[in-house]
Design a binder for this molecule. Structure first.
Ligand SMILES: NC(=O)c1ccc[n+]([C@@H]2O[C@H](COP(=O)([O-])OP(=O)(O)OC[C@H]3O[C@@H](n4cnc5c(N)ncnc54)[C@H](O)[C@@H]3O)[C@@H](O)[C@H]2O)c1
Length: 306
């Protein structure tokens, strides 16, 4: 059955171009009403322009859809509130938030300024907090919400020259892992996309033919599914783009449970390094409570043996 967003309202940050625009158009095509947020600055987060968000709203209207622009910066708490309020004032609900706005300030770590660090964290980390913090009470009240956060291969695997960006993008995984738990009982699913696409951000590192070939459209199906009511998974990292779709995950190796009877030495760790660092038989952890539960179970089993 076709996935439909009829009767639903979506807020997409940074939707004036690139990936955000592609998400906005496809959700609108499938019936969603859309708040198109975009500050309209340059790829490094300087300046502002209302034109990109306006233009995407016009494109949506030309398709027969409904959209309103918002020009606030996600980095401002008031801005996050305003964009959520725009959805509620206009349509009385908010079902979907895609935190997509982003900038780059790439520079090798030894040359990274405080401003390069702060600017990237303001948009990616605080900018995700401001919007979700405003949307969260709405989701709880509706007992419904679908959230996609935007990470990056840089945050999951690392990329030279992107210490600020990589750290900010890894923060999305920490935020997701907490919000998937806090949202679970309100039917709020929180997942993360790590996209690859030719956009003005990647135009700085990709050859022009690749920018042209790797259209944001190749990422869109994954994000559209993740924000649909059909998707009831939460806490997943999905890498998508350039024709690929896969899951990435943080796993826990079996390690060694050395018990509490005796505090081990660094030499003991050195001696057992292979087993400690082995990922053979690694498992996924859904929540920190599971980690604690397993530890308590192991302790109970040990005590029963004694
Ligand atoms: N393109 C890729 O291959 C790729 C890879 C990994 C992650 N990403 C992430 O995907 C997201 C979208 O990037 P893109 O490649 O489409 O680049 P893009 O530059 O085309 O889109 C980002 C948009 O965010 C807007 N924006 C920036 N700061 C803002 C702010 N403070 N408030 C509101 N809007 C703001 C920009 O004006 C821009 O339109 C970003 O979070 C980026 O880090 C992209």
């Amino acid at each position: 059955m076709a996935i439909s967003f009829e009767g639903q309202v979506a807020l997409i940050t940074g939707a004036g171009g690139g990936l955000g625009r592609a998400y906005a158009l496809e959700l609108a095509r499938r019936g969603a009403k859309v708040v198109v947020n975009d500050l309209g600055g340059d790829p490094h987060g300087r300046g502002a322009d209302a034109a990109p968000a306006r233009k995407v709203c016009e494109e949506i209207e030309a398709l027969g859809g409904e959209a309103i622009p918002n020009f606030d910066s996600v980095a401002s708490y008031e801005g996050g509130y305003n964009m959520v309020k725009a959805a509620i004032d206009k349509w009385g609900r908010l079902d979907i938030v895609i935190c997509n706005a982003g900038i780059l300030r790439d520079v090798a770590f030894h040359n990274m300024s405080e401003d390069d660090w702060d600017a990237v964290f303001a948009v990616h980390v605080k900018g995700t907090f401001t919007v979700l913090r405003a949307a969260w009470p709405v989701f709880r009240q509706q007992s419904y919400g679908r959230v996609v956060l935007t990470s990056s291969a840089s945050g999951i695997w690392g990329n030279f020259g992107q210490a600020n960006y990589g750290a900010a993008k890894t923060a999305m995984l920490g935020l997701m892992n907490v919000l998937k738990q806090e949202g679970a009982k309100y039917n709020v699913m929180v997942n993360t996309i790590a996209p690859v696409a030719g956009t003005r951000l990647t135009a700085t590192v990709m050859p022009p033919e690749l920018v042209e070939r790797l259209k944001p459209d190749y990422v869109v199906p994954a994000v559209v599914y993740l924000v649909s009511k059909e998707c009831t998974d939460s806490g997943l990292i999905i890498e998508a783009g350039a024709g690929r779709f896969n899951r990435a995950a943080i796993v826990q190796g079996p390690g060694i449970n050395a018990g509490l009877e005796e505090v081990k030495t660094a030499e003991w760790v050195q001696e057992h390094w292979k087993e400690i660092t082995s990922l053979e038989g690694a498992i996924l952890r859904w929540s920190t409570q599971m980690t604690l539960d397993q530890w308590l179970q192991q302790r109970a089993a040990q005590q029963a043996k004694q």
